[in-house]
Design a protein around this ligand. Structure first.
Ligand SMILES: Nc1ncnc2c1ncn2[C@@H]1O[C@H](COP(=O)(O)OP(=O)(O)O)[C@@H](O)[C@H]1O
Ligand SMILES: [Mg+2]
Length: 356
């Protein structure tokens, strides 16, 4: 019966003699350490541990005083491939018939999955509770939207009266708007890292200005491009940067009203030193400035600028700047905004030249 229990346990058990050598192990231990019973037999337990000192001290104390220890965290290596994983150890005395201490029972739990989950939840805890809720809702909202859109489309095909069809077009357009917003919201919380490649910032800006051509013309906004011809290519994800500058330029247009002036300035910044590591040398970077002579913002608005869902626009999402900041930070860069109510706004995007 005892033997059955011993070999049926799913946690690894090592029986250690007074000289800290393993003399018995269960199948869960062979599995966990990727070692056969034969190679575990006689092995000093220290050989399985990355930093054995603390565990050895506890075993010694167990042998001397009969004390137990629970959930000692340590790093363990297993198998010939040298896999290392975090483990939780419980050490208890192994008592003989006469009550004397024959050795120690060491139970080993693999904590790698638990640690991974912890890491995951720590990353997520960057999200506020409200954002987490918003993300869950976003998922829930998308499914019924598909159904609504599909039904509206079918119904629209059936209708004879074009006026009635127009109503359904409104339904479809509004559904699409919610869908876009929800997609943006999910992007904010999705942890996709940038795919870095050599990127020409002027090309990125040219693409966006082309994209926004109609919008700019409609507002009669004048765009001045003041570009540094010596601007080197940088390591960046061009698609993600397009999203950043598209939003910044849209914001500038939306703040400007009719006949506004928008300046887009690029330059190299050699003194741009964001220190990621204490010993890091100041990194060279590029600066892209987007200056508008629009409505500007007061102190309170400036404070809320990067808060998700903060918007002062009727059809705004309040996600543009939050997403932009996240993208720029993923590039190791920064966004600085200065603004004066009634005078205009300057947005500076600083991006490092190289990612390493
Ligand atoms: N260039 C700007 N001038 C004035 N206000 C701005 C400017 N850019 C952003 N803002 C303010 O910040 C808010 C948030 O911007 P953003 O995150 O892009 O969301 P959205 O554009 O959908 O409102 C805007 O609603 C606006 O009040
Ligand atoms: Mg915006």
């Amino acid at each position: 019966m005892y033997e059955n229990i011993f070999s049926s346990l799913i946690d690894a058990l090592l029986l250690v003699s007074r000289d800290h050598r393993i003399f018995l192990s269960n199948p869960a231990a062979w599995e966990l350490f990727r070692l056969s019973r034969g190679s575990l037999d006689g092995l000093p337990i220290a050989d399985l541990l990355l930093e054995p000192a603390e565990v050895e001290r506890r075993i010694e104390s167990t042998l001397a005083s009969g004390e137990s220890y629970r959930d000692l965290e340590c790093l363990v290596h297993a198998g010939a491939e040298g896999r290392t994983f975090p483990a939780g150890l419980t050490i208890s005395p192994l008592q003989g018939e006469g009550g004397d201490c024959l050795g120690a029972i060491v139970m080993v739990k693999d904590l790698s999955l638990l640690k991974e989950l912890e890491e995951g939840s720590r990353q997520k805890s960057n999200l506020s509770a409200a954002e987490g809720l918003a993300l869950r809702m976003a998922h829930e909202i998308r499914n019924p939207l598909g159904g609504i859109r599909g039904s509206a489309q079918l119904l629209s095909q059936e209708l004879e009266n074009p006026a009635h069809r127009e109503y359904l077009d409104v339904v479809i357009a509004e559904v699409d708007r919610i869908n876009r917003m929800v997609a943006q919201m999910m992007q904010l919380t999705r942890p996709t890292g940038p795919a870095f490649e050599e990127t020409n910032i002027h090309k990125v800006l040219a693409d966006i200005i082309l994209l926004e051509k109609d919008n700019l013309a409609r507002h009669k906004n004048r765009v001045e491009q003041i570009y540094d011809p010596s601007l080197p290519p940088i390591d960046a994800d061009a698609d993600q940067l397009k999203q950043v500058f598209l939003n910044l330029i849209k914001n500038a247009v939306e703040a400007s009203g009719k006949k506004g002036r928008i300046q887009i300035i690029t330059r190299v910044n050699s003194g741009y030193g964001i220190k990621l590591l204490p010993q890091a040398t100041p990194r060279q970077g590029v600066v892209v400035e987007i200056i508008d002579s629009g409505a500007g913002m007061d102190e309170a608005a400036l404070k809320n600028l990067f808060t998700p869902f903060y918007t002062t626009k009727k059809k705004g999402s309040g996600l543009g700047l939050a997403i932009s900041l996240k993208i720029v930070e993923n590039h190791g860069g920064k966004i600085k905004v200065t603004s004066e109510k009634g005078l205009g706004t300057t947005v500076q995007v600083l991006l490092p030249l190289r990612q390493r």
